[in-house]
Write a protein that binds this ligand. Structure first.
Ligand code: SF4
Ligand code: SF4
Length: 205
C-alpha cells in the first residue's frame, strides 16, 4: 500500500514476505537509536559510505520504477479509501537500509508512531517516500492491482522485484543488522553490538 484507497479487499500477497515474528522491543528509544546509527556512520570509512550510497542509488531507481507500475495499475485511485488495509501487518517492514537512505543524506527519518498498525502510517497513507519505502511494501501489489497488469507488466514487476531484493540482500550480507526481516529483528540480533559492523562482503553468497 502506498497512499490510500479501496474498500474490503481480498489481500493476496504477491512477491510479499510477511513478517510475523513479534519484536520484544516494540518501543525503542527512537532518538537514542538514531544517534547510535549516526555515530557509527560518522566513523565509517569513506569507501564504506560510498559503497552503501551506490546500493541505495539502485534501490531508489528500482523503487521509483516499481511505483510507476503501481500508478499504471491505478494504485493511487484504488488505495484512496482503503484506509491502510494492507499496512495492518507492516509493523516490521522497515529495515536499517531504509534509515541509511535518510541519514547518509544528512536527513532524519520520520519518527515511528507505535500507536498505528504500522509506525509509518499517517493520515494520508505512508509517511515514507517511494524511494525510501521498505522492500515488502513497494513490491506488494494486492489482487486488485495485480489483475490490472498485462503479462508484460507482470513480468517487469517480477524483474524489478528480483533486482530490488538482490540489492537489499547485498546490503544485508555486508551489514547483517540490515536484514530484510526488518529493523526491529535486526536490532534484537545485534544487542548492544555494533550496528554497522561490516563483513566486507559485496556480493550475494
Ligand atoms: S495496495 Fe491494495 S490493499 Fe493496499 S491500500 Fe492499495 S488497494 Fe488497498
Ligand atoms: S511502511 Fe508502513 S505505512 Fe508505509 S507502505 Fe509499508 S506498511 Fe504501509
Amino acid at each position: 500500500m502506498r497512499n490510500y484507497g479501496a474498500k474490503a479487499i481480498n489481500l493476496i500477497p504477491f512477491l510479499f514476505e510477511p513478517m510475523t515474528k513479534p519484536h520484544k522491543n516494540s518501543h525503542p528509544d527512537w532518538s537514542v537509536l538514531l544517534q547510535r546509527i549516526k555515530d557509527e556512520l560518522e566513523s565509517l570509512s569513506e569507501s564504506d559510505r560510498e559503497w552503501i550510497k551506490a546500493r541505495l542509488a539502485v534501490i531508489e531507481a528500482t523503487q521509483i520504477a516499481l511505483d510507476e507500475l503501481f500508478c499504471k495499475a491505478g494504485g493511487a485511485e484504488s488505495c484512496a479509501g482503503c484506509d491502510g488495509t494492507c499496512c495492518g501487518c507492516g509493523q516490521h517492514h522497515i529495515t536499517l537500509t531504509n534509515l541509511l537512505a535518510y541519514l547518509l543524506e544528512g536527513e532524519d527519518p520520520p519518527a515511528p508512531d507505535f500507536s498505528r498498525t504500522c509506525p509509518y502510517l499517517g493520515e494520508m497513507g505512508c509517511r515514507l517516500p517511494v524511494a525510501r519505502r521498505p522492500y515488502n511494501c513497494i513490491t506488494f501489489f494486492c489482487e486488485i492491482l495485480d489483475d490490472r497488469l498485462d503479462p508484460a507488466e507482470r513480468k517487469r514487476l517480477r524483474t524489478l522485484d528480483h533486482q530490488l531484493r538482490s540489492q537489499y540482500l547485498i546490503v544485508a550480507e555486508r551489514y547483517p543488522v540490515a536484514t530484510l526481516r526488518g529493523l526491529w529483528i535486526g536490532l534484537e540480533r545485534s544487542g548492544e553490538g555494533q550496528l554497522l559492523r561490516s563483513t566486507d562482503k559485496d556480493v550475494l553468497e
